[in-house]
Design a protein around this ligand. Structure first.
Ligand code: URP
Ligand code: ZN
Ligand code: ZN
Ligand code: ZN
Length: 472
């Protein structure tokens, strides 16, 4: 066949194999993988480079309105641009229901935010904050049928948290209709009580955020989420796991044969609670929940990544500008920590940090990197094998990755709309060089050349991983 594009002489890596081959693309799909492929209309020389499936970021927040009036820094335009420049070719942000809103209206709202704006393909997770009888009985099942096959449940945050009974009802829908339930596991009352005590003793600076949600808070909620999944007899995914105590709960549950999946994020690999300190209000730049822990917990996260405890690595990109009255300073820089919007940027740095700290430092294999960053997120959310792997017939979403390029991360290098990166000064080895989505070149040897709005909405299949255990 005449190929539209041939990527020649690269080292291809999938979740299973690493091998030398050429890769040919026709009509936006991978058409051939082999040696000495015929000429393409265009050719990319990938000698000395890795050829990887484009990253799938299964957890990022773009253009999500908030209850405190803060405005997320990135919308679908800047967020997807930043993702693409970091080697991610599929994003799954959230369509967040606010209380009183129908779930369908929330989905429409987010379609309006994304349509014509995204540079890369996207799907939506739902966030359910108001599980009415109508929602549980009709609206959610209908949306799952329509290709919104994952939803997030919050156990904390006043405007989103659900009680255990509501969680159980939603897990029952997930089981019956085949959706993946994602759970934010932190105990809301514990956080409220600790926060009040800290503030009453005058401990209001940003770094007290960490003291307001210590690991026991996450451990308890993780255990409770696992127990609810056991009662409802359905797989769940625990998102943004921060350290040892939650890992222990998940590992314990997995050992009992429960299908508990787990996600972690680069912030839990390279940041610590110390990053919440800093001059004046600067620690606010690293306020996210759960908070980064310490070095020993980073090691526990790496153990879970190298072993089988974790299934996916996502960014949890939830960015607010720092020096901005609509961002981290929505209540001013004298605001107590509990008024600072939670979340940090990271959609562009996810792959380079995981590659450099993981593969580069010998903690995980190259195939495990591909699995965590692309293949498993595609499987987790019903996008596999269209996304997340290099296979004949898959979308030609591909990263030509330079494993030797040394980069010192600075905010000036990044393509998000945030005025800082929590990773300023971090040195990484390995960076995307050329990024393709459905055969279109988005990043060409480092320059961003994509056409606005070319990204397509993806209907998700019901994920096989969401199926309950077979009856004994
Ligand atoms: O602090 C965080 N992680 N903010 C983003 C929202 C969430 O809970 O994932
Ligand atoms: Zn969360
Ligand atoms: Zn301190
Ligand atoms: Zn999140």
């Amino acid at each position: 066949p005449q190929f539209d594009l041939v990527i020649r002489h690269g080292t291809l890596a999938t979740a299973a194999d690493v091998f030398a081959a050429d890769l040919g693309i026709v009509d936006g799909k991978i058409a051939a993988i082999g040696s000495h492929l015929a000429a393409g209309r265009r050719e990319i020389d990938a000698s000395g480079r890795l050829v990887l499936p484009g990253g799938v970021d299964g957890h990022c927040h773009f253009d999500q309105p908030t209850s405190d009036g803060s405005v997320m820094a990135d919308d679908f335009y800047t967020g997807s641009r930043s993702a693409a420049c970091g080697g991610t070719t599929t994003i799954i942000p959230f369509a967040c229901q606010f209380r009183g809103q129908s779930l369908r209206a929330a989905v429409e709202d987010y379609h309006n935010r994304a349509r014509g704006r995204s540079f890369i393909d996207y799907a939506f997770h739902l966030i359910i904050s108001d599980p009415t009888e109508q929602l549980v009985g009709q609206d959610l099942p209908a949306l799952i049928r329509d290709g919104y096959t994952s939803f997030k449940i919050y156990m904390t945050y006043d405007d989103m948290k659900l009680n255990d009974r509501q969680v159980l009802d939603l897990l029952t829908v997930a089981r019956r209709d085949g959706a993946m339930a994602m759970i934010h596991a932190e105990n809301s009352d514990f956080i409220g009580w600790l926060t009040d005590r800290l503030l009453a003793s005058g401990h209001a600076e940003p770094h007290y955020h960490a003291a307001s949600r210590p690991m026991a808070v996450e451990r308890e909620a993780t255990h409770r989420a696992i127990t609810m999944a056991e009662l409802a007899d359905v797989p769940i995914l625990i998102v943004h796991v921060s350290g040892r105590e939650a890992v222990e709960q998940i590992h314990w549950a997995q050992g009992r044969g429960l299908k508990i999946f787990a996600e972690t994020c680069p912030q839990y690999m390279v940041l610590t609670e110390a990053d919440l300190h800093g001059h004046g209000f600067e620690g606010a730049k690293c306020i996210c929940s759960p908070p980064p822990r310490d070095k020993a917990n980073q090691a526990a996260i790496w153990d879970g990544l190298a072993g089988g405890v974790f299934h996916i690595v996502s960014s949890d990109h939830a960015a607010f500008r720092y020096a901005d009255p609509k961002g981290k300073m929505v209540r001013g820089e004298k605001a107590p920590f509990n008024w600072v919007p939670n979340g940090i940027p990271g959609v562009e740095t996810r792959l380079p940090i995981l590659f450099s700290e993981g593969v580069g430092k010998g903690r995980i294999s190259l195939s495990r990197f591909v699995e965590l960053a692309a293949t498993n997120p595609a499987k987790m959310y019903g996008l596999y094998p269209r996304k997340g792997t290099l296979a004949i017939g898959a979308d030609a979403d591909i990263v030509v990755f330079d494993p030797d390029r040394k980069v010192t991360i600075t905010n000036a290098l990044l393509h998000h709309n945030v005025d800082y990166t929590p990773y300023e000064g971090l040195e990484v080895t390995g960076w995307p060089q050329t990024v393709l989505s459905r055969g279109d070149i988005l990043v060409d040897a480092g320059s961003f050349v994509a056409a606005e709005g070319r990204g397509q909405f993806l209907h998700c299949d019901k994920p096989a991983l969401a199926r309950p255990r077979a009856a004994a």
